[in-house]
Ligand binder design. Structure first.
Ligand SMILES: Nc1ncnc2c1ncn2[C@@H]1O[C@H](COP(=O)(O)OP(=O)(O)OP(=O)(O)O)[C@@H](O)[C@H]1O
Length: 336
């Protein structure tokens, strides 16, 4: 599958006399294949927006290589810009314009056929409110308008920073359907989001960034499998057999945690071994279920951002160069 977006060893340091020096990107790598919906995940301050802004030529990197649609950027941005739609920061719209006026203006400026305006209004679910002024729109409706504006040129690659921001549950579901529809039509979608359940449902593949470096990437299923704990829940036909099963499994080197009506096993390579071990003792399994790990737990583990009772974690202190925090001491943070 060809890469629509490739980043190798991207580095960016922000320097400010007042705020000091900060490594936002520290040799970051990324690859997004054609036709995929790709999730870009990372804690606050981990470098997502810096990556996207650098790709779009809004920030100059300190090192590394980037390609969009097979062309080196930023040099080839004038060539590829027409094939990339992006919302990286909340766009500002004229409050007294309607969605249709706004999109017609943008279509005219971008030499997009006027008929495309109604197509994108329909796609993002704004058709019925398209004639009303933007200032009367809810946050979610403005978000839909932003997506519509990025879709106007029917881009090959659509980059969206937090597209579900401000959407209600129905809107989030519609956005999910829209992303999938776009991917099925051949468009590649790169979206950053903090709604990990949503990413797990929508995305084919993900990149997780922490402290300006890639800490996981690949198809969602593979990332989950790589970080699966190997935990298995076992129920027996007779609950009274659980102590005997615990003894047999422990003797065989399996770690067992007992519960009133089941056992939790960890460190099991092949669940079939458990069935065999127990059957040899005339103990019969009624359920053997691997415990699925979700993207949220993988994310919290890899970025070290799981909440710690009694501690208010601070945002990305660890990234300050020459400051009190040391790289890797903590992950990024969710706080203010
Ligand atoms: N213009 C800037 N000047 C100085 N530091 C900056 C600037 N922009 C970003 N940074 C710093 O670079 C780091 C990465 O920021 P970035 O906005 O890329 O993170 P992010 O992953 O998009 O975070 P969030 O999820 O909160 O949007 C942070 O420490 C941030 O404070």
């Amino acid at each position: 599958m060809p890469a629509v977006l490739e980043i190798e060893g991207l580095r960016k340091t922000y320097k400010s006399r007042r705020r000091g020096t900060r490594n936002a990107l520290d040799g970051f790598d990324m690859r997004v294949d054609a036709g995929q919906v790709h999730g870009f995940l990372g804690p606050n301050g981990s470098g997502k927006t810096t990556t996207l802004r650098t790709l779009l030529g809004l920030i100059r990197p300190d090192g590394g290589r980037m390609t969009l649609l097979g062309h080196e950027v930023p040099a080839a941005l004038p060539t590829v810009a027409g094939q990339v739609g992006a919302i990286v920061e909340s766009p500002q719209f004229f409050p007294h314009f309607s969605a249709r006026d706004t999109l017609s203006l943008l279509a005219g400026a971008g030499e997009v056929p006027a008929t495309r305006v109604d197509e994108v209004l329909e796609l993002v679910g704004l058709r019925d409110r398209a004639g009303e002024r933007v200032k009367t729109y809810s946050l979610g409706m403005k978000q839909r308008l932003a997506v519509a504006s990025a879709l106007l040129k029917n881009p090959k690659l659509l980059i969206l920073d937090e597209p579900a921001n401000g959407l209600d549950p129905g809107g989030i579901r519609e956005m999910r359907t829209l992303m999938r529809t776009l991917a099925e039509s051949g468009m590649t979608v790169l979206l950053s989001s903090h709604i990990l359940g949503e990413i797990q449902l929508i995305c084919d593949s993900v990149t997780i960034i922490s402290l300006g470096r890639r800490v996981a990437f690949g198809p969602v299923d593979e990332v989950l499998a790589q970080h699966s704990s190997g935990a298995v829940r076992v129920r027996l036909e007779a609950v009274s057999d659980l102590p005997a099963a615990t003894e047999a499994l422990t003797r065989a080197g399996v770690r067992v945690a007992g519960h009133p009506d089941h056992l939790m096993l960890t460190g099991v390579d092949k669940p079939a071994t458990v069935t065999r071990l127990l059957a040899e003792q005339n103990l019969y399994v009624s359920e053997l279920a691997p415990i699925a790990v979700d993207l949220e737990s993988v994310f919290l583990e890899l970025t070290a951002t799981a909440p710690v009772p009694g501690q208010a974690r601070q945002v990305d202190e660890s990234m300050k160069v020459g400051g009190t925090g040391q790289p890797g001491a903590t992950g990024g943070g969710w706080g203010a």
